[in-house]
Ligand binder design. Structure first.
Ligand SMILES: [Zn+2]
Length: 468
């Protein structure tokens, strides 16, 4: 398996430190608002990468942090006149609801920043002792000039980066690129006691402290959106490597932006749609398929037309899945076992996924599989149940378990609900017939239902049914 590593800027063979375990960290949300569909792209692609590693037999320890103390949360808490933790709890819950609706598997751990402040303080002390952090009147900064590799991930040197940095007056930093590790408390803000006085941690130190606590000092995969490469991930490297003195991350994997009208979708530009809004009109499966049909690292333009096309794609998978379920129920063991090379599809799926998670190609393999299966079904009178069991196994292992674009269980639930509604409808009609003394037709309905495995029981006031 090979991935494009942002650090080396090349595709590299994936070799985790302690196979079959894979430690995987991804930057989670800052919980001050509902997340937008651009954020959903990163969360879903990280989810698919994790699921594919599990498909390959790895045991993935997947950690996604929640930033629950931040300038934007504080601003919202002032605007809404609510305590900061009320705002962050509300949006943390909304985040969990939304990822559940998007069928994203929960992380092994979802650490919250406010529950790891002591670890962050410890790490900042370590950096201060090593001479890479300095305290200016209760604000502690990281001195980027002390970290020779600074800029390696983003591929820039300190001079280039400094030229583009915004120089803020009055913050007393030595270098405009130096960043806050600890922010002195302001009136009314959430704060914690520390060796530098009351304050709160900076954003970057959160990820360094939480990843080392939950995954160790060197992690296999660190993922996140492209916009986090600089400065966030660059700063995480500077902090973790200066504090621990060895490599922080083996593979850096970054997801492309979701653009809208050729512009990056973002909260600050105000050109965003929340995942919640989109989920009212499109299924989670369609949203996932829409993302999977583009290479994860490249940009993708948001389009309702493409979402609608993805919904049609999902319908195709569902139609076949429903056919499979009904055929498995029939359990035909005398029909034809067709010549269908299922191994070819597994091989193709793995070949393209192993090559830097080529999900658009892998989707093409799945749709090719569906076309071939449908062709056999339409051309063959009677097929052996083992054929349908094989089809279900392939779709479950790829389209369901890795991509999350079909869910057999739900199909079952839905069709069971529909069955129940239809049977009750027939029972009501039959009751009317009996009232009209049309016993002949009423009895014949009962007998016909019996033949297809549904037994009616006429009680005193009502009729119930059960499957035989
Ligand atoms: Zn992070």
């Amino acid at each position: 398996m090979r991935f494009y590593n942002t650090f080396s800027k090349s595709k590299e063979e994936f070799i985790p430190q302690n196979p079959p375990t894979v430690s995987f960290y991804t930057c989670g949300p800052t919980v001050y608002d509902y997340f937008h569909i651009g954020n959903a792209r990163s969360f879903i692609m990280a989810d698919v990468l994790r699921r594919y590693l599990e498909y390959k037999g790895f045991k993935v320890k997947f950690v996604m942090n929640l930033t629950d103390v931040d300038d934007r949360i504080i601003k919202k808490s002032i605007d809404e006149k609510k305590p900061s933790h009320v705002v962050s709890d509300f949006y943390a819950n909304a985040f969990f609801e939304d990822i559940n609706l998007l069928k994203i598997k929960p992380a092994t751990v979802f650490p919250k920043a406010t529950q790891h402040v002591s670890e962050m303080i410890e790490m900042i002390r370590e950096l201060e002792e090593r001479g890479v952090a300095y305290n200016v009147d209760g604000n502690v900064f990281y001195d980027v000039s002390k970290f020779t590799d600074y800029g390696k991930l983003s591929g820039k040197n300190i001079e280039e980066l400094s030229a583009g940095a915004r120089v803020e007056v009055n913050d007393n930093k030595k270098n405009p690129l130096d960043f806050a590790l600890w922010k002195k408390a302001k009136e009314g803000e959430p704060s914690w006691d520390s060796p530098w006085g009351k304050g709160r941690p900076g954003w970057h130190i959160e990820c360094s402290a939480m990843s080392s606590k939950h995954l160790g000092e060197t992690i296999d995969i660190h993922a996140g959106g492209n916009d986090l490469i600089f400065p966030h991930h660059e700063n995480e490297i500077a902090q973790s490597e200066a504090a621990h003195n060895h490599k922080f991350v083996k593979y850096w994997i970054h997801f492309g932006f979701l653009n809208i009208n050729e512009e990056k979708m973002s909260k600050s530009l105000g050109n965003f749609l929340t995942a919640r809004e989109i989920l009212k009109k499109y299924s989670a499966e369609a949203i996932r398929l829409f993302f999977l049909q583009t290479y994860y690292g490249g940009p993708l333009n948001f389009s309702f037309n493409l979402l609608a096309a993805a919904e049609k794609g999902v319908e195709k998978i569902k139609n076949l899945a429903e056919k499979i379920e009904s055929e498995i129920k029939k359990d035909d063991n005398i029909g034809l076992v067709p010549d269908f090379n299922i191994k070819y599809y597994y091989d193709e799926f793995e070949k393209v996924m192993d090559d830097d998670l080529n999900t658009p190609q892998a989707c093409a393999v799945i749709f090719d599989f569906i076309r071939s299966a449908n062709k056999i079904i339409s051309e063959t009178e009677s097929l052996h149940v083992s054929f349908f069991i094989d089809l279900k196994k392939f779709l479950t292992e790829t389209a369901e378990n890795v991509f999350g674009i079909i869910h057999f269980e739900e199909l079952y639930k839905k069709s069971a609900q529909l069955d129940g509604k239809l049977i009750n409808l027939i029972i009501d009609l039959r009751t009317k017939l009996k009232k009209e003394k049309n016993f002949l037709l009423a009895d014949s309905i009962r007998d016909e239902l019996n033949k297809i495995g549904i037994e009616l029981k006429d009680g005193k006031d009502s009729t119930t049914y059960k499957f035989k």
